[in-house]
Design a binder for this molecule. Structure first.
Ligand SMILES: Cc1cc2nc3c(=O)[nH]c(=O)nc-3n(C[C@H](O)[C@H](O)[C@H](O)COP(=O)(O)O)c2cc1C
Length: 517
């Protein structure tokens, strides 16, 4: 992107700086923060410190129909860049940084470093190449092992700076001569950052040969094109046929016309910096970026063959002589590590119960405390799980911390915690959650969402004077006292580590045994 050298376009200043905010765009930006169901709000606010959980890219990919997205001509794309770098005050360095970061986050959305660590960024002489250099730096920090092929360097400080930054991270630069003829042997992902939207004409050496090699690649490595698949016509696409067929296209600012003929599985949009005035002027219909993400998927994700979905786990070993002899301490260790790793909702666990007819039932709940006395969660005692537990007071808890390849199973008898403990916790919750707990006759049939809203409104008014909201009798905590733990750590070739802690009748010491994966 940004083919145009920075240039003041003074005539455009008033046109862009005095535009009203684009009303047609703003509602979409808030689409996920609109009223959530009360029951959901209740759990969103169920922690001591209130935090509104918005949807992240991981949780809800944007499903915008690609037909309703705007596409830019070459001239419009150049004009938008001029505007951004002129009256709107952006610098080329800034836009390049944001573009490269968008590319790196798009790659990370689809191609996990555990399987696709070896990345080759092929960078052209212009801004598209600069985007590739920035993307490679971010990918390095995300845990990938990038290499760079950058045959036609420029001496401008922006570019020499990017090279220095990569060199300081010991990211290798590979010459074209040293690239293997068959790129699939050495790389899992190739970033095609050769030519951007300002390119026209036929590719010249050495890029013509590199593009030829990319055209003939078999299944692996995957190709990720930055804004324009190199060798394609910016507006007409791969009009002569036989061009490269990227697996992922990361359009920047807005897709260019050529992207209409992109038929690979992953089309992303990056460049989260388009101000409403620009979007309005060019009538840009673009998907909203979810949460704090720098990229958003355009169109539906590809259909996958579920039976072929598998991850090769690579983790540190879990050895008998390294774990704590007390499983609660071992759980504390893993829990703290999961929190430190920034995993979302580390305290979310599946709770399985069975009714007296021995039919099992599972659902997620939030762990609200644990110690040597047991693991505590809160709920409605008259819910399905509540009635199961009154019929059969035994349960199983399951934690899965995906990004750490870890699973913990905990089993044992369950009892209600004291009324006093439940009262204390109930009143520590935000008032909205307290009202939500009264409103929700959990697990019963509700004639419509309005029933919940109406009662919620009514009670909100009733308690608007700040008076104490009484805890419903049927709301409180359960505590599971473990008699069995299992710590699971994913390993390559399905040779996972499984360490089980169990208790034997009359002996307080935990027995640790390794189970076959
Ligand atoms: C991440 C997550 C956390 C949840 N936490 C709780 C919780 O702490 N307590 C609760 O009663 N329900 C919680 N729920 C809702 C339950 O999964 C379930 O829908 C509800 O408790 C009714 O379950 P039941 O009909 O089996 O009793 C949570 C759901 C999710 C997805």
């Amino acid at each position: 992107m940004r083919s145009v050298i920075r240039r003041r376009v003074t005539t455009m200043i008033s046109a862009f700086l005095f535009q009203p905010p684009l009303s047609s765009i703003s509602p979409k930006h808030h689409q996920y923060s609109l009223l959530l169901p009360l029951t959901t709000q209740r759990f969103l606010t169920a922690s001591h410190s209130f935090r509104l959980r918005t949807f992240s890219t991981k949780s809800i990919p944007n499903m915008q129909d690609s037909a309703s997205v705007s596409y830019l001509s070459q001239r419009e794309a150049a004009e938008i860049d001029e505007t951004l770098m002129g009256p709107l005050g952006f610098s080329v360095d800034q836009l390049m940084e944001l573009a490269g970061l968008s590319v790196a986050t798009s790659v990370a959305e689809v191609y996990k470093p555990s399987e696709y660590s070896r990345v080759l960024a092929i960078c052209g002489p212009g801004n598209n190449g600069g985007d590739g250099l920035v993307a490679a730096r971010h990918l390095h920090h995300f845990g990938y092992k990038p290499s760079i092929c950058y045959p036609k360097r420029t001496s401008k400080p922006l570019y020499t700076g990017l090279v220095t930054q990569l060199e300081s991270l010991s990211v290798p630069f590979v010459s074209v001569d040293d690239l293997p003829e068959d790129l699939s042997k050495d790389f899992d992902v190739i970033i095609d950052a050769i030519f951007g939207f300002s390119f026209h004409g036929a590719p010249r050496p050495p890029f013509d040969d590199i593009i030829r090699r990319l055209q003939t690649l078999q299944k692996r490595p995957v190709i990720v094109s930055v804004d324009i698949p190199s060798g394609w016509h910016v507006e007409e696409g791969d009009h002569e046929g036989g061009g490269i067929k990227p697996d992922m296209l990361v359009s920047l600012t807005a897709p260019k016309l050529c992207a209409k003929s992109f038929c690979g599985p992953h089309h992303f949009l990056g460049g989260r910096f388009v101000p409403p005035s620009v979007a309005e002027k060019y009538k840009l219909e673009l998907p909203s970026f979810p949460g704090t993400s720098m990229c958003v998927r355009i169109g539906k994700p590809p259909k996958v063959d579920i039976s072929a979905m598998r991850v090769n786990y690579v983790s540190p070993e879990l050895l008998e002589d390294q774990v704590e002899s007390d499983p609660v301490l071992q759980f504390r260790k893993w829990f703290d590590e999961a929190v430190a790793a920034g995993l979302r909702e580390t305290n979310a666990m599946a709770l399985s119960t069975t009714s007296k007819d021995r039919k099992p039932s599972s659902r997620m709940v939030l762990l609200k405390g644990f110690d040597e006395n047991g693991f505590v969660w809160f709920t409605n005692y008259e819910s399905k799980k509540g009635s199961d537990l009154s019929e059969n007071p035994f349960a199983a808890l399951l934690f899965y911390w995906e990004d750490m390849n870890r699973q913990v199973r905990i089993e044992g008898p369950v009892e209600r915690i004291s009324e006093e403990e439940s009262e204390n916790y109930y009143h520590s919750r935000p008032r909205g959650s307290q009202i939500g707990a009264i409103v929700s006759k959990q697990s019963s049939v509700v004639p419509g969402r309005h029933v919940l809203y109406d009662e919620y409104e009514e009670l909100t008014k009733k308690y608007s004077d700040g008076s104490v909201i009484p805890k419903p009798k049927n709301w409180g905590g359960f505590r599971l006292k473990p008699n069995l733990f299992e710590f699971w750590q994913g390993q390559p070739s399905r040779l996972h580590d499984r360490l089980q802690y169990s208790l034997q009748e009359g002996n307080p010491a935990w027995i640790i045994r390794r189970l076959a994966p």
